[in-house]
Design a protein around this ligand. Structure first.
Ligand code: DGL
Length: 260
C-alpha cells in the first residue's frame, strides 16, 4: 500500500508516529509544506489549492492508494472537495476530538486549542454545536496563532512558547478545565508544556491513533495484508527542523526537498 500524508509542516508526523504503531507493509510518503506554513492563518481558498496540488503530486509521483490529511486546518478547508474529486482514494482527514473529550471530562469544562482557520471553519462550528448538545459541557475555544511557527523552529521548551501558552491557558486553568482537545496536529509536540502551565494532570485529546485504526480497517477491506516493513519518505517544500523529525519518528527515513 502506498500512503500519502501531508501537513503544513512537521506536525502531521504525530499522525505518522501513530501509523508506525499499526501499519505494516506500506510506503508512507509525507509532505511537509513548509513553504506555505502556517496554513492556519491562510484563507480557505489558499489551503484548498495547496491540498489539491499536494494530492496531484502524490498521485503523479507515487500513485498513492490512500491519502491522510494530517492537518485539521486542511481537513476543514479541503476534505469535501478532495472526496468529490478523488472517489477511488482511501481518504482520511483529521478533526478535533471533541467527542472523546466530552465523554472523558469529569468537570464538564473542556478546552479546545486549534488554528484560527480551524476554529472559524464551518466544519468545526457544526461539530461543536452538535456535540455540545449531547452533554452539559462548556467549551473554551482558543486559537493559537504563532504556536505552529514556534514548534516548526524546534522552540518547544523556550520561554516564548511558555508565555504564549500561559496567556492562552490561564482562563482554562481558572475554569477547572480537565480535558483539552489538541485540535492541530502540531500541538501534541507541546503536550508537556501544556501540562506544566495547567499545573494538573489532564486528558489531552489527539486523534492520531484513531486515524491509524481507521486506515487499517479501510485498507484491509481493500485487500491490504498488513505484513512486512514500513518505509517512510519525507518531502519538504522549504526548510525543516531536522532535530524535531528525529525526536518524533525515531526511525531512519529518507528526506528530500521538492517544489510542487
Ligand atoms: N498541523 C496543522 C493542523 O492540524 C496546521 C497548522 C498550520 O499550519 O497552521 O491544523
Amino acid at each position: 500500500m502506498k500512503i500519502g500524508v501531508f501537513d503544513s509542516g512537521l506536525g502531521g508526523l504525530t499522525v505518522v508516529k501513530a501509523l508506525q504503531e499499526v501499519i505494516k507493509g506500506a510506503d508512507i510518503f509525507y509532505i511537509a509544506d513548509t513553504k506555505n506554513a502556517p496554513y492556519g492563518e491562510k484563507t480557505s481558498e489558499q489551503i484548498l489549492q495547496y491540498s489539491l496540488d499536494i494530492t496531484e503530486y502524490f498521485l503523479a509521483q507515487h500513485n498513492i492508494d490512500a491519502l491522510i490529511v494530517a492537518c485539521n486546518t486542511a481537513t476543514s478547508a479541503a476534505i469535501k472537495t478532495l472526496r468529490e474529486k478523488y472517489p477511488k482514494l482511501i481518504l482520511i482527514g483529521t478533526e478535533p476530538g471533541i467527542k472523546p473529550a466530552i465523554e472523558q471530562t469529569l468537570t464538564g469544562q473542556v478546552g479546545v486549542l486549534a488554528t484560527p482557520a480551524t476554529l472559524g471553519g464551518e466544519k468545526y462550528q457544526q461539530l461543536a454545536l452538535r456535540l455540545a448538545k449531547d452533554k452539559e459541557v462548556t467549551l473554551y475555544e482558543q486559537a493559537c496563532p504563532g504556536l505552529v511557527e514556534q514548534i516548526e523552529k524546534g522552540e518547544i521548551h523556550s520561554s516564548q512558547t511558555y508565555v504564549m501558552l500561559e496567556n492562552w491557558l490561564k482562563p482554562m486553568r481558572d475554569a477547572d478545565v480537565d480535558t483539552i482537545v489538541l485540535g492541530c496536529t502540531h500541538y501534541p509536540l507541546v503536550a508537556q508544556v501544556i501540562e506544566k502551565v495547567m499545573q494538573r494532570k489532564l486528558h489531552l485529546i489527539e486523534t492520531g491513533a484513531a486515524i491509524a485504526k481507521h486506515l487499517l480497517a479501510l485498507s484491509k477491506e481493500k485487500g491490504h495484508k498488513n505484513k512486512g516493513e514500513l518505509h517512510i519518505s519525507l518531502y519538504h517544500t522549504s526548510t525543516i527542523c531536522l532535530d524535531l523529525v528525529a525526536k518524533i519518528l525515531k526511525q531512519d527515513i529518507s528526506m528530500e526537498s521538492i517544489s510542487l
